[in-house]
Design a protein around this ligand. Structure first.
Ligand code: FE2
Ligand code: FE2
Length: 162
């Protein structure tokens, strides 16, 4: 069993992961309209990944005999002005999520819930990778020049993500 405190905190994280999926899907749609198909594909895959994160928390709550509570997902915005602006926002968002994961780790320690602590280690590592990948892409956009014409080749590269 998990405590009510842990259960509530994990349910909130399901919501945050689904919000991330929603945000990245909105970004994918933005890139579709900007005719940047590679970036759009990358974001769509990113959205899927966030869904799998939500499902990991969902499955874990059930495995521990807890109760899932699916909260309302906030609508993301739908307009950005450039690829660079999108990735600046993704980077800030992922750093925020890292903060939430760290808070969950602290809570697991405080509650002496070692199984939850162990489960969260996957997310601790995942956040390191997420921040690294996104900051690399952001640096590339800045180096090339944050205008669609310059980003043609990077768009092609981004489209290779499977
Ligand atoms: Fe995530
Ligand atoms: Fe993420």
């Amino acid at each position: 069993m998990i405590s009510r405190t842990i259960e509530e905190a994990l349910n909130k994280q399901i919501n945050r992961e689904l919000y991330s999926a929603y945000l990245y899907l909105a970004m994918s749609a933005y890139f579709e309209t900007a005719n940047m198909k590679g970036f759009a594909k990358w974001m769509r895959i990113q959205a899927k990944e966030e869904q799998t994160h939500a499902f990991k928390f969902y499955d874990y709550i059930i495995a521990r005999g807890g109760k899932t509570n699916l909260l309302a997902i906030e609508a993301p915005k739908s307009k950005w002005t450039s690829a660079g602006k999108v990735f600046e926002e993704v980077y800030a968002h992922e750093q925020k999520v890292t903060g939430f994961i760290n808070s969950l780790v602290e809570l697991a320690i405080k509650e002496k819930d070692y199984a939850t602590f162990e489960m969260l280690q996957w997310f601790v590592k995942e956040q390191v990778e997420e921040e690294e990948h996104v900051s690399e892409i952001l640096a590339k956009i800045k180096a090339i020049g944050d205008v669609p014409g310059h980003l043609f080749y990077l768009d092609h590269e981004m489209g290779k993500r499977e």
